[in-house]
Design a protein around this ligand. Sequence first.
Ligand code: ATP
Length: 458
Amino acid sequence: MNKKGSLEDIVSLAKRRGFIYPSSEIYGGLAGVFDYGPLGVRLKHNIQNLWWSSFVSGWDDMYPMDTAILMNKKVWEASGHASGFNDPMVECNNCKSRLRADHLRSDKCPVCGKEGTLSEPKQFNMMFKTTTGPVEGSTDLGANSPAAIIDEFSRGRVVNATEANTTYLRPETAQGMFVNFKNVVDSFYPDMPFGMAQVGKAFRNEISPRDFLFRLREMEQMEIEYFVAPELWQEKFNAFRDGMKKFFTMVGLPESMVHELEVSEEDRAHYSARTIDFEFEFPFGRKELAGLAYRTDYDLKKHQEVSGRSMVYMPKGGGAGFIPHVIEPSFGVERLFLAVLSAAYTHDEVNGEERMYLKLPKDVAPIKVAVFPLLKNKPELIEKANQVYDVLKKEIGEVMFDDNGNIGKRYRRQDEIGTPQTVTIDFQSLEDDTVTVRNRDTTEQKRMKIAELANSVN
Ligand code: ATP
């Protein structure tokens, strides 16, 4: 028997074992926002580290960035997000639910079940609007220049929220890289093709956040903007397509659960000339996990047009300058996190008893090894176990010590969080410096010399 978990199983495990908590839960939470707990942070970092080694540090031509969440609002006007990042939304006159029009299959409200109660679709911009600087007070400067506003500030006056100090929380990390394209070219003078990469928060005011970590209002993305000469786009697109598939396998997603969807022209984002969505079989159905887009020269061209700064790349060996085209592999960290948990969640039977464990790849598992003294009330066992723990902690880092409850319970606790191996120190350990090492997946146990432990576990 080998069963997968439902979304409820995963949500409950994530909360109970300290992977994910609802944000500001003691006040009733906030829809579409979650916090990572101690094990969640580790799991997330492991996914991000694998991404980093697969797409950044393993490459000679990647330039990592960490750009600001807040940017001049002109960025969003140029990129098309201020006018084009819209979802059509309808409201149910009966239950007041707000729903994405493009997700509806009939004129029946999927929340209350009433027919004919849905309004006409209205456009809804998904960017979070905010203001910079103090906003209450006496002086309304209208759409005055930033210099005029600074002048007002310096005289100790505050201004009303105006168009001049409005900005947005970024809905994607990509634009921070496009607007720095010229900076990186000037600092490093890279050969073409080259890429910029970053991991960071993005915010979307989704109409109906749902399915746990799948549709959030605050999330993290891992994105690459890979700049190529126009004639090279297909070759690099295909290379990233293969790289993405390899990466999914590395984090433990079975090939059979990841599917490619060629996105049709009418469903593509405004900047894309080709998009492949990688879909995953989540517990609630097959949905987008990550995307690979050919953004053409759309973004750099728009920034050149609106900022008046040239985005032309001059080849080193001479030849005509050009605006590079862009291939963009884009990953949502939380969707990956959820996919990794869903793929790993396993029920099986051991000695006639049902157990649940997370079958996580070793590189992804938040804790690599746990150390147990067989009995809590024997100081000599505790001392030996502490010695083993110290050695492993130094060598491996993510090690847990557990002396609480019987050994069976401790095994179950580690299985639940996906710890690949556990080490038990018993009376024989005191005599011959050996310990019992148990494998999470097979539950097999073998005796091993303490001196060989770190090597074998690593
Ligand atoms: P969807 O169609 O599901 O709204 P999208 O096509 O708008 O997603 P992109 O703009 O391509 O998504 O964003 C890149 C990646 O960021 C997505 O593949 C996904 O992994 C992640 N992502 C986008 N929106 C969200 C969200 N609201 N919550 C969590 N992750 C998201």
